[in-house]
Design a protein. Structure first.
Length: 228
């Protein structure tokens, strides 16, 4: 009887209710963290009956996982860009392209209306590593991390893979901190915006230079001109 009632409820609600629930969960988890959010709060945020959340997504940890499943194409995009970067002829060119593949899709996601909360959620959970999030994050991001570490190792001849793993770790730290910390707006007296396109270029340059400094010193085939 319960299942029949739920089926009727689902049929009489708008077809976008399932998406509303996912977006509400994404927003609340990003703002408050996994443990601080209840299913009831998610239902209220989405404007749906409480039982409908469980009907569509099951328990809270299953809803959490569904968010990452929904955004899986963004991981595939970064891996595709990484593969293109590995076709570069010069190691220096390859290093910059690897860093761009790592950073640019995330920055574009952070600046978009659709992906803003997901980018913040990923950054938050990677920082705080709640037990419920560890398995989900490992399944979604560890294979990608290994691929990028291999790419950095390949782009910096003479370095060890262990060193490349450290470089990846430091690069992710800079990227995640930028995503979740908007103090730069206050510290620059409102001259800078956290989602500024200039920040993306600077962050890529910053990470690339740092990796080059601690691993190898690859030279680009076409050095970027200096400005005075």
């Amino acid at each position: 009887m319960f299942n029949t009632a739920m089926d009727m409820m689902a049929k009489t609600t708008r077809p976008d209710r399932k998406a509303d629930i996912l977006l509400a969960a994404e927003r609340l988890f990003a703002q408050h963290g996994y443990h601080a959010v209840t299913i009831r709060q998610i239902a209220d945020e989405a404007g749906v009956p409480l039982a409908l959340v469980s009907y569509y997504y099951g328990q809270k940890h299953e809803l959490f996982k569904a968010i990452f499943d929904h955004w899986r194409p963004t991981v595939d995009e970064r891996l595709s860009l990484l593969e293109q970067a590995r076709q570069a002829q010069a190691p220096g060119d390859m290093l910059r392209l690897v860093v761009e593949a790592l950073v640019l899709p995330v920055m574009l996601l952070r600046a978009s209306v659709e992906g803003e909360y997901y980018a913040q959620l990923v950054a938050r959970e990677l920082f705080y590593r709640t037990p419920e999030a560890v398995t989900v994050l490992a399944n979604h991001f560890d294979p990608m991390a290994h691929a990028f570490i291999d790419g950095l190792h390949e782009a910096c001849p003479g370095s060890s893979r262990e060193q490349a793993a450290w470089a990846y770790q430091f690069a992710i730290g800079a990227l995640l901190h930028h995503i979740i910390d908007d103090r730069v707006e206050r510290l620059s007296f409102s001259k800078n915006r956290a989602v500024s396109p200039d920040a993306c270029t600077m962050l890529i340059d910053f990470i690339r230079a740092g990796i080059a400094a601690v691993l190898a010193q690859p030279q680009t085939s076409q050095p970027r001109p200096r400005t005075t």
